[in-house]
Write a protein that binds this ligand. Sequence first.
Ligand code: 5AD
Ligand code: SF4
Length: 467
Amino acid sequence: MNLPDMKQAKSRNKESVEFIYTNPITTNKFSGKKYFIKTYGCQMNVHDSEEISGLLENLGFEEVTTELEADIIILNTCAIRENAHDKVFGFLGRCKHLKGEKPDLKIILCGCMAQEKSVVDEILAKHKYIDLVFGTHNIHELPSLLMNLSNGLNIEVKSNEGNVFEIGESFKRDSKYSAWVNIMYGCDKFCTYCIVPYTRGKERSRKSKDILREVNCLKEKGYKEVTLLGQNVNAYGTDLDDDLNFAGLLESVAKTGMMRIRFVTSHPWNFTDEMIDVIAKYDNIMPYIHLPLQSGSDRILKLMGRRYTKEEYLTLYKKIKERVKNAAITTDIIVGFPNETDEDFLDTLSVVEECKYDGAYTFIYSPREGTPASLMEDSTPKEVKEERLQKLNEIVNKYSNMNNQKYLNKTVKVLLVGTSEKDDNKLYGYTETMKLVNVICDKSLVGEIVDVLITDAKSFSLDGIVE
Ligand code: 5AD
Ligand code: SF4
């Protein structure tokens, strides 16, 4: 085990990364064996699970949809808030019980929690029934780890080594129409509440030629949409010599002719005019931007280490709205950061009132061990934080509904991606602005971009019929 030292991470070396091109092991050694994978957390984890599934299927494994049928269970975990951590340990309890009935069952834990020393210590002390723990830096090693697994607990977690591994198209993608494409790994922003820079390591960009090859390959396979993924996409390329910056990359991806291009997540700091120009210029770059605010109070933003003020955020917000036609903007907000006062909270509400977001992910601050904010004193009672969250959600939902009402009786382009969970007779898909739409239409239209007349608008989704 070689875990990052949380205290030293901020002074991590800036040496350039090594690019390693690999051909994942292909064998039928495990044919007939079944795997179940459970994914917690963000899109990055969802895409990592696509990689893990791809690697497992290269070894002969077959995916099953419940843990009961599985020969191996993989938990791809998230560390961002305490509740994600609790859910994982809850599910591990079930896995332990299953292993009691089926001793050959293998239990594997990976993802961000595996990169936390306290979690590894907890596993060593109380969860020895787990067979393998690996981290976010050595997913590509999974085939060899499985082929050489010893009895008992195997811990194979690496630190922020600064490598970029290219595994070609060894992903088992969840969708045949819309694909995730990593453009970079890690984060160097060190917002004081956030554990990601420690669990995901330093910023490492993929080479633009590798990203473009992947996008072209997806286009050839018939994909209609790609979402470029990074913790902070604005920083793309800053660690590479002689390569594109994010605006340049976005423009090159637009020129591939991929029908829909999205990206997550942009930090409001260093969101350049050049980026806005490119987004505005290309019709195939979708007018949807996720722009995390976190707080509307300058005092709290400073304590969070966010590098912008409320005014700077609002100026950027307005610039995007002016220059990108019909842009939808969503955000992330944390309430109850240590010692957030009523006044600080009111500042956050005032930004929400001004921006009238299309949607927002809202969270109560959760202290994460090893982060600077976790050492800050906090005297705000839990009930006050809960009240703030509720008040914030009421306002967020009001604007989300208001924005959705604007779609009523309009015709919009929707990429249909699957059958509606609630109604088997409907397909669901997304507008260019990332609104979820349930559509009454012929099932054969799945995978198509169609014109849809919006017949009903609710807070979190729209209904429509194909024109
Ligand atoms: N507590 C609560 N929310 C957090 N986030 C990140 N770290 C924490 C934390 N410690 C939120 C931020 C981020 C989103 C992905 O999760 O809003 O943008
Ligand atoms: Fe966390 Fe801040 Fe990096 Fe986002 S930009 S991943 S909130 S440290």
